[in-house]
Design a protein around this ligand. Structure first.
Ligand SMILES: [Zn+2]
Length: 257
């Protein structure tokens, strides 16, 4: 195993675990006192950022505090990784960045890790995303918007559970479209196109892609639970002129700003 190999050769080059708390409260008896750290004999090797395209590992000795009252050995989690995983937070973020424009299998193959590990990293990172209400988050992996060109993988975090599903536009009656049909021109052409779509005059793949992405936004906003319910709402807001009004307001506000 590669990590084993690194372990044998690099034990002299240990990373120092810094940023540990000054005091420790014993999990067993509740006694709180200034921390005194002892190091375990075991050396841990965890995957860190790739350097110049090569895998790198962080090697460290886990440390613990021994309670002076009851003798309980309390392990201290290294601040650069989460519990029970063999990679750093930096590595997790690196994996997420690599997923942009790629998929789990490709990223796994490039990094020499399993696709399950990639999926777990995404899952843990999603759970950490504290700015967004964790009860209702949808993130797309692989593409930054829902596409008509094929299935889109959607990772959904709802009520603390993660589900990975594939969204197939044809299930909702949307015909597939080629890049040519969706492709657009310069800023002025695009602006006219957006107005045309939001006015409800456009029918076809360009409108469909706007509807699908608006439906995703409606679900994320928590208005409804699934695409089945969200799509009619998105269509209605276009046909009713609400979407166009939103655009007008947006233009007004941005011009003032
Ligand atoms: Zn104790």
């Amino acid at each position: 195993m590669e990590a084993e190999h690194q372990r044998q050769h690099l034990t002299d080059d240990l990373a120092e675990v810094v940023g540990l708390p000054d005091s420790c409260r014993c999990a067993k008896c509740g006694h709180e006192e200034p921390s005194t750290y002892e190091y375990k004999n075991t050396v841990y090797v965890v995957r860190d950022l790739d350097l110049w395209g090569q895998p790198s590992w962080l090697i460290f000795q886990p440390c613990f505090h021994r309670c002076s009252r009851c003798g309980h050995r309390q392990e201290h989690l290294a601040p650069f990784k989460r519990k029970k995983v063999m990679y750093t937070y930096r590595f997790e973020e690196y994996v997420l960045r690599m997923l942009i424009g790629s998929n789990e299998e490709e990223v796994a193959a490039r990094l020499g890790i399993s696709a399950e590990t990639v999926a777990l990293i995404v899952e843990n990172q999603l759970k950490d995303d504290k700015q967004i209400d964790p009860a209702r988050v949808i993130k797309h992996v692989g593409m930054d918007e829902i596409s008509l060109l094929g299935k889109t993988k959607v990772i959904e975090l709802r009520d603390g559970r993660i589900e990975s599903l594939e969204l197939d536009p044809s299930e909702f009656g949307f015909a597939g479209a080629s890049i040519d049909q969706l492709g657009s021109g310069d800023a002025i052409t695009n602006a006219a196109l957006i107005r045309h779509i939001l006015s409800g005059k456009e029918q076809g793949p360009r409108r469909d892609i706007v509807v699908l992405n608006a439906a995703a936004a409606i679900i994320v906003a928590g208005l409804v639970n699934d695409f089945q319910q969200a799509i009619p709402l998105a269509e209605y807001s276009i046909d009713d002129g609400k979407a166009m009004n939103c655009l007008e307001t947006l233009i007004e506000v941005s011009n003032k700003g």
